[in-house]
Design a protein around this ligand. Structure first.
Ligand code: PEP
Ligand code: MG
Length: 324
């Protein structure tokens, strides 16, 4: 078994520079999720098409003192320099709930519904401004995409835009450079934004579906509670319909829709997601080549027909019975 495994990995690694193209000629983007800057080297090694999610909060966790603007700038610049020609998506802080600062343990009864992610950032303008200045300064090294976590309201998006504009003004005054071509996107991980996605697509450059939280909030299942983990079901028709609607709305608006939750890197779901129309996946670098192999042996049009009919069922989709 060990020999077979080693042989299989050796064959997979040969495909690292091959494009991820389906049998019917559809180019799929396969990007990497990282948590710390040095992990970008693994993404490059595996031939990732970019960074689809850099979870910046990991720079802030497990320490007593917040990272300075300079330290953050170095971290973001490191990733952009390692991938100068490919999109690098850095998510602004997603602190709160399951990811808290040392000494700032949450007291909320329902922390996953509380002051986390963009809500937290907007309530801590200085901390947010420091991160935004560091991101903007790092943008000169590559193709930065800023990703907002847990967006649910248009006024939050406007507030983030204002914060970015004032960070730019501060940099102008200090004579610091930044790119004038930075894309702004949001995570689709709260059902409300998936249901009412159109105005957000008009106001954003891209979106990325965070299935980990989208499943949690759609099914009201705490993602870290083992007692209900059997109900945490990525194949529930409500979850799949939200994903499908978001992808289709993105197609109509001409806005790119990625998935960066765990589903994107789980090879059991690759064909399902291709059948839902997904053409941008972001995952742990170690999963890239397995997913690429499946992409290269799939026929998306055939999958789309199969899956469209299965979406209307009451029960979770049975991938085996669909033959995928
Ligand atoms: C998600 O919610 O799917 C996601 C990618 O973000 P995180 O797992 O960091 O909440
Ligand atoms: Mg999330």
């Amino acid at each position: 078994k060990q020999e077979a495994f080693i042989q299989e990995r050796a064959e997979l690694i040969l495909s690292k520079d091959e494009p991820a193209i389906t049998l019917d000629g559809k180019r799929v983007r396969l990007e990497a999720n990282i948590e710390l800057p040095h992990e970008v080297s693994q993404a490059v090694e595996m031939g990732a098409d970019g960074i689809g999610l850099f979870r910046s909060e990991f720079l802030f966790m497990g320490r007593q003192i917040l990272p300075t603007e300079e330290e953050q700038f170095e971290a973001y610049a490191h990733v952009l320099r390692a991938m100068p020609d490919k999109p690098v998506t850095i998510r602004t802080l997603d602190l709160g709930s399951d990811k808290t600062l040392d000494g700032e343990a949450t007291v909320a009864v329902n922390p996953a519904l509380g002051l986390r992610a963009v809500r937290y950032c907007l309530s801590r303008p200085d901390l947010f401004a420091t991160q935004l200045r560091a991101l903007l300064r790092a943008s000169v090294y590559g193709k930065l995409r800023i990703l907002i976590p847990m967006l649910s309201h248009m006024h939050e998006l406007l507030a983030v835009r204002e914060a970015i504009e004032s960070a730019k003004k501060e940099l102008d005054l200090a004579g610091r450079a930044y790119s004038d071509n930075i894309e702004l996107g949001a995570m689709v991980e709260i059902p409300a934004i998936a249901i009412a996605i159109e105005p957000f697509l008009n106001a954003l450059d891209f979106v990325s579906i965070g299935t980990n939280d989208l499943i949690q909030y759609t099914l009201a299942i705490d993602r870290v509670d083992n007692e209900v983990s059997d109900l945490y079901d990525p194949l529930h028709p409500a979850v799949l319909r939200l994903i499908s609607q978001t992808i289709q709305a993105g197609e109509r608006a001409g806005i790119s829709v990625a998935i960066c939750g765990e589903m994107a890197g789980d090879a059991r779901f690759t064909k399902l997601l291709l059948g839902l129309g997904l053409n941008e996946f972001s995952m742990h670098p170690q999963q890239l080549l397995d997913v690429k192999k499946l992409v290269r042996t799939s026929h998306t049009n055939a999958l789309r027909t199969k899956i469209a009919t299965a979406l209307n069922r009451a029960e979770s989709i049975d991938l085996n019975s669909l033959g995928i």
